[in-house]
Design a protein around this ligand. Structure first.
Ligand code: ADP
Length: 376
């Protein structure tokens, strides 16, 4: 078992933000979390000095990795108030810190990236990541330059969905990460950096710091669309993330069941609150497609998402069947839009991609921009 004291002892060899006092002495270590041999450390800094602090961050990571028995180390820089920094190490091991609250949205664009869209859901397990992955592949098939940012830090699924078991390389500048590629899509996920299944307890400031690194410390190159797979739900973390990523719009994934729709409503409301335009709603697992005869069965009260979307005045982007091939191919890391391009399943997903592209007006001159809606 690695202890917090061992981590702090290792960090004593790393100069803190002022370059003189060691990290532990500086009081800048705002959180230490240790789980299954993996160490997560947050260092509070003045955000204006974020670039200059990168060697310190990397040095801290190296120092922790050198501790015997450490399976991995992630050190993130966080912007915290002087009061919090002076308050010394925050609670560790639990997600106790509320994410920093901000009003409005971060407007700082991502250079080279034309549109960033979020794929979100009111709750987990509705197929949000599956839709995000296939949507990205679909957009790429339409000829767009596409990236995927797996912002589901709590349960990253893009490595599995794209069948990637590799670590991203470093760009020639030695700082930025090079995204991995599959099905013509550039992908970045915390899952490439942390082993799958490893329980990670993220504290609020760590979430934003990690997200910013995955978003901004990556050589995305020129992209038409960056698809962000959001964590499920509509809690504080999701809200903060939605506020901090310069989003052009959001796609909400829902299943037909009523409960999911109530959750979907929350998702819609969350984006309305952050003033992110709603691109539309996708109904996933909409109807059952028989793998033997191809017949369609409406298992749930099919069409709920479409009706709900109409009621709210939100565009409906399409229905995706509940289908064994979608599940099996997803588990194998072969998104159906790429691996079964002629199938009805792939077509349903491709159609959704087409509608999203039209809404963003990429490759469709004169297409209508996403509506701005208000949900009460
Ligand atoms: P979320 O991101 O909402 O938590 P996932 O995309 O991880 O959901 O999907 C949850 C599970 O449901 C996965 O096993 C996935 O393969 C399966 N799944 C998703 N969409 C479909 C679908 N249309 N048909 C069959 N299985 C699906």
């Amino acid at each position: 078992m690695i202890s917090r004291d061992e981590v702090m002892a290792a960090l004593a060899a790393v100069p803190g933000p002022d370059g003189r006092a060691s990290l532990p002495e500086s009081g800048a270590v705002s959180g230490v979390t240790i789980r299954d041999g993996k160490v997560f450390v947050a260092i509070a800094i003045d955000p204006a000095r974020a670039k200059a602090m990168e060697p310190m961050r990397a040095g801290a990571e190296a120092a922790i990795r050198a501790i015997s028995g450490v399976a991995g180390a992630v050190v993130t820089l966080t912007a915290e108030s002087a009061r919090t920094v002076a308050g010394g190490p925050a609670a560790h091991g639990h997600q106790t810190d509320a994410p920093p609250r901000r009003h409005g949205r971060s407007s700082e664009p991502l250079p080279g990236v034309k549109h960033i869209i979020a794929v979100a859901s009111g709750k987990g397990g509705v197929g949000k990541s599956t839709v995000a992955c296939n949507l990205a592949v679909g957009l790429a098939k339409l000829g767009l330059a596409v990236g995927v940012l797996d912002a589901d830090l709590f349960g990253p699924s893009m490595p599995r969905l794209f069948g990637i078991d590799a670590k991203p390389g470093l760009a020639p500048d030695g700082k930025k990460l090079v995204p991995l590629e599959s099905c013509g899509v550039k992908i970045m996920s915390i899952g490439f950096l942390i082993e799958e299944g490893a329980p990670v307890i993220w504290r609020g400031p760590m979430v934003m710091s990690a997200l910013n690194q995955l978003l901004r410390e990556v050589v995305w190159g020129e992209l038409d669309v960056l698809v962000v797979d959001m964590p499920p739900g509509t809690g504080d973390t999701q809200l903060t993330m939605a506020q901090n990523v310069p989003l052009a719009g959001a796609v909400i994934v829902s299943t037909p069941q009523d409960l999911a729709l109530i959750d979907a409503r929350r998702g819609i409301a969350m984006f309305a609150q952050t003033k992110v335009p709603l691109i539309g709603v996708v109904e996933n697992m909409s109807y059952f497609l028989c793998p033997h005869c191809g017949a369609r069965t409406d298992v749930f009260s099919h069409g709920g998402a479409r009706k709900e979307a109409e009621k709210l005045g939100v565009p409906f982007l399409g229905e995706v069947p509940l289908d064994i091939a979608i599940r099996a191919h997803s588990d194998d890391g072969r998104p159906v839009v790429a691996s079964m391009p002629e199938s009805p399943q792939a077509n349903a997903l491709l159609e959704i991609a087409r509608r999203v592209a039209e809404t963003l007006a990429v490759g469709a001159p004169g297409a209508k921009p996403a509506p701005r809606i208000r949900v009460l």
